[in-house]
Ligand binder design. Structure first.
Ligand SMILES: [Zn+2]
Ligand SMILES: [Zn+2]
Length: 326
């Protein structure tokens, strides 16, 4: 099922942050799935959408007399509808939970999450780096704007700050007008919409659309022109005499020594670190390993206990950094 409305909602709401009712109205049938990407903020709303079926046109003003005496008054002149009552939970503001969104992407995409706030650039984050098998590394940005002009200014700003290719994401294609597209294309920069990247699966959860992820990888390789032989870093080949695996990483050969019966999580960790080693960037933080796993552990020692002979597969480089021991 392709969804548009949650992502359109993100571009209709400043922040994006608003009360539950407005998220429900704008995200429509995708609201249930979208809840995983929303989190409550500390502040309470001072405005509330009109709840009549034919709205008066104003955002009602919230007046808090006490915790259990809260009302929303029409601010139209002359007044067009009646004041209605609200509860405290009605006026809680929910914002897009960006970290949850990034984690959901990193489960499937080769995304190394290193969130950085960009000074003086509103509603824009550097999420981290896109690091596919091809052996390159592109910065990834997410901007959430509500107007095409602000979107264009963000594009200009990012192009000025980044001399190399990068990936720019936004909730939908709607604000990326022709001139913004040209600006991005001229610099071999890739624009992606979250509405293409995510789909809602059978259990009602937003997941990365694997079919689109493959299209995306091809698009990124082509547009960012990273396959020039003199620029692309070769995929790092690890000789089979050093490392080999069977049965989906349940059996590993390390320097000719056989390690058997790896647990599900152990096999996952080894596969993730092997992929990273093949990409020529073998070192990974524990968090970026955990996020790619089906069921994230809290620490490496939960996966490889210190007295487990199979723990020789993973090398603890320093602090929170691990690599495959090859
Ligand atoms: Zn009203
Ligand atoms: Zn009104």
């Amino acid at each position: 099922m392709r969804q548009e409305s949650f992502w359109s909602a993100c571009e209709a709401i400043t922040g994006p942050a608003t009360v539950e009712l407005e998220w429900k109205q704008l995200a429509g049938e995708h609201y249930e799935a979208a809840k995983a990407f929303l989190r409550p903020m500390q502040e309470l709303a001072t405005r509330y959408p009109c709840m009549r079926s034919y709205t008066c046109g104003c955002d009602h003003r919230v007046v808090i007399y006490s915790d259990d005496d809260i009302v929303a008054a029409c601010t139209c002149n002359p007044r067009a509808c009646d004041t209605f009552r609200l509860t405290k939970s009605d006026i809680i503001i929910y914002e897009l939970d960006r970290p949850a969104l990034y984690r959901a992407m990193a489960k499937t995409l080769p995304l190394d999450i290193q969130v950085t706030d960009i000074p003086h650039l509103r509603w824009t984050d550097q999420i981290g780096f896109y690091t596919p098998q091809k052996g390159f590394r592109l910065p990834v940005f997410l901007t959430i704007q509500t107007e095409p002009d602000n979107f264009r200014n963000t594009v200009l700003d990012l192009l000025a700050r980044n001399r190399e290719s990068f990936i720019l994401m936004a909730p939908t294609h709607d604000l990326c007008e022709t001139d913004s597209k040209e600006l991005l294309n001229n610099r071999q920069t890739v624009f992606l919409a979250l509405s293409d990247i995510f789909r809602i699966d059978e259990s009602g959860v937003f997941v990365v659309d694997e079919a689109y992820a493959a299209v995306m990888e091809a698009l990124i390789c082509q547009s960012a022109d990273v396959q020039k032989p003199d620029e692309a870093q070769p995929v790092c080949r690890i000789p089979k005499s050093v490392f080999d695996q069977e049965e989906n990483y349940r059996i590993i050969w390390l320097h000719g020594k056989k390690l058997e019966a790896l647990g599900k999580k152990q096999a996952e960790v080894v596969r993730i670190l092997h992929d990273a080693a093949k990409r020529g960037r073998p070192e990974m933080t524990f968090a970026s390993i955990a996020v790619k796993m089906t069921d994230s552990p809290t620490r490496m020692s939960d996966v490889f206990r210190y007295n487990d002979s199979r723990s020789v597969l993973v090398k603890h480089v320093k602090a929170d950094i691990y690599r495959l021991n090859v």
